[in-house]
Write a protein that binds this ligand. Structure first.
Ligand code: PGA
Length: 252
């Protein structure tokens, strides 16, 4: 399947930012997209405390809401954690798993990420599985090797193009203003596509591969034009509707 025929997705990851005072941004975003025929899926992933309210202020729009992490279990004695079922109950249709900040700050392993993705699928929501190399790994020429091992170990059985999105986020590009070159992104995404076909069979060719790491309105068009880039996972620039819409516009 030609990668151009894959419906792109632009997802905003608010990280640990946002209270009710920030609800004006998704409200504004929904207003800006009113009447626009979207050729991509748009998703906002606020803190879990805001999912329901973000959904409410975007009511009537095609914009979806997602979570930023979930526990692998359905329920139980896991103080402070949140399950995929709970996210779904709050109105999420997807959850980000394996973000590098989770992998680093919470020592999440590939196996834990795979279990979380499976939990998402079991709850009936999609998993956005993040992978990406560190600066040392890139400098050491290990990028493709790292991506292969992350895909093999964090993309569980049962993943399909409909229930799974992969986000390639070089750790050193997140929040830094740095991005890999077009050639480096093309190489990484082509490699991910090949490896996805190995673990997901024919579904791998149809699965969306987002690029994430310092995506801005100023580089969105160039990034979306790269082969096998099927959208963007956006951190900082998703917090302000005017910036986020600038990125979404590359896909409409
Ligand atoms: P950034 O974050 O766009 O602020 O670099 C991306 C991410 O962490 O998903």
């Amino acid at each position: 399947m030609a990668t151009q025929s894959i419906k792109p997705m632009v997802a905003g990851n608010w990280k640990m930012n946002g209270t009710t005072a920030n609800l004006k941004e998704p409200r504004l975003l929904a207003g800006m997209l009113r009447g626009v025929k979207l050729k991509c899926d748009v998703m906002v992933c606020p803190p879990a405390t805001l999912i329901r309210r973000v959904k409410a202020v975007m009511k009537g729009s095609m914009i979806k809401a997602g979570g930023q992490d979930c526990h692998a279990a359905v329920s139980g004695a896991h103080t402070g954690d949140i399950s995929a079922d709970m996210l779904k109950d709050a109105g999420a249709t997807a959850v980000i798993v394996g973000h590098s900040e989770r992998r680093t700050n919470h020592k999440e392993t590939d196996a834990m990420v795979a279990a979380k993705a499976q939990a998402a699928h079991k709850a009936g929501i999609n998993a956005i599985i993040c992978i990406g190399e560190t600066l040392d790994e890139r400098k050491g020429g290990k990028t493709l090797e790292v991506l292969t091992s992350q895909i093999k170990a964090s993309v569980p059985a049962g993943c399909t193009a409909a229930n799974t999105v992969i986000a390639y986020e070089p750790v050193w590009a997140i929040g830094t203003g740095l991005t890999p070159t077009v050639a480096e992104i093309a190489e990484a995404h082509a490699h991910i596509r090949k490896e996805l076909s190995a673990v997901m069979a024919e579904e791998g060719a149809k699965t969306r591969i987002l690029y994430g790491g310092s995506v801005k309105p100023t580089n969105a068009v160039e990034l979306m034009g790269i082969a096998n880039v099927n959208g963007a996972l956006v951190g900082g620039a998703s917090l302000k509707a005017v910036d986020f819409i600038g990125i979404i516009k590359a896909y409409i």
